[in-house]
Write a protein of this length. Structure first.
Lengths: 155, 155
């Protein structure tokens, strides 16, 4: 969770919701309730999720889909808009290189949010996705500021 | 949706929730709200879902997982227990043949629920899954009726 005001980014919270043991419904419930709590605690205005890497193992892909669908449900239930970005877009936006490795992502997330240490890899990925979303919105607003439409183009 | 009392089964409702057009969040929202409405209208006590066939196309498997996760979320939000059955189990229970075809499933669902005509294939699959769940509970209760535990076994 980050706060974005103009070009300023501020760290709010990050973490990892564990689905725990139990049957599928119990695990999806844990994800749903974990995210409900985070949303209730911090009241975000928008949600960004990574467009997932599709695993070569079909069972893993199905499980990932179920978890991802559940996460998106948490946003939908709270009435939040959901944006999606590929890992390439996220890395390009945060590191400036779509093929950056995990350490580079952690490092840049730390720098951009002025954190005292590197966030854990999963949390760094989530924060990077949020930063990518904030960057996109800034670029959008910056590039069109003071411009007007002419023949369908911004001039 | 069916009602099960002893060995009696009664048809309550069936249908297909369409996710429509739009982005992923909007489509999952349509599934969630569609199922919320059905649950609110009929107040089921339990939910049964088919353990899905994993498609050879990873993108379809991911999409299926997202939709399935959303459907299970609807049950979880309503506090309903969720049971899962493979297509093989469902067909075995309803038709008596794990490799029955769609027409046989439709025919047996029609017979077992005394419907005036064959339900549509998707609705028939869902009703068959509910019947499988009801059958399992009947067998479970029948087989233990009047029995007692002795050395960890029912006698």
């Amino acid at each position: 969770m980050i706060e974005s005001a103009g070009t300023k980014l501020r760290y709010v919270a990050s973490g990892c919701v564990k689905s725990g043991a139990g049957d599928l419904a119990a695990r999806l419930k844990a994800i749903l309730e974990g995210l409900n709590e985070v949303i209730a605690a911090h009241g975000p205005a928008e949600v960004a999720v990574e467009k997932v890497f599709v695993n070569v193992n079909p069972q893993s892909t199905l499980a990932l889909g179920q978890a991802r669908g559940t996460a998106i449900c948490a946003a939908v239930i709270a009435g939040l808009p959901v944006a999606e970005y590929t890992a390439l877009q996220v890395k390009q936006s945060v590191v400036g290189n779509g093929h950056a490795n995990k350490e580079q992502v952690q490092h840049m997330v730390r720098q951009l949010l002025a954190l005292p240490g590197n966030p854990a890899p999963d949390a760094a990925d989530a924060l990077a996705c949020a930063i990518c979303h904030a960057h996109g919105k800034q670029l959008g607003s910056l590039s069109t500021r003071g411009m007007r439409m002419k023949n369908g183009r911004l001039v």
